[in-house]
Design a protein around this ligand. Structure first.
Ligand SMILES: [Zn+2]
Length: 62
């Protein structure tokens, strides 16, 4: 699957972010999602880490 804005291939964790924060047909990469949500990209990386530590199956560890 690719980002609806820039066409970049999406990672598993980026898809998880879409499920959590951007439900719907469009799937966005973390960079475009940050712009859309008007939050810093680093904040999304923090959220991935938080969900992952909480055991959320939508996010994978390194
Ligand atoms: Zn993108």
């Amino acid at each position: 699957m690719n980002c609806a804005v820039c066409g970049k291939g999406l990672t598993f964790n980026e898809l998880g972010l879409n499920v959590k924060y951007h439900p719907g047909e469009e799937r966005l990469c973390a960079d475009c999602l940050a712009v859309r949500l008007n939050v810093p990209r680093a904040r999304l990386d923090e959220k991935i880490e938080e969900f992952r530590r909480a055991g959320c199956k939508l996010f994978a560890g390194e």
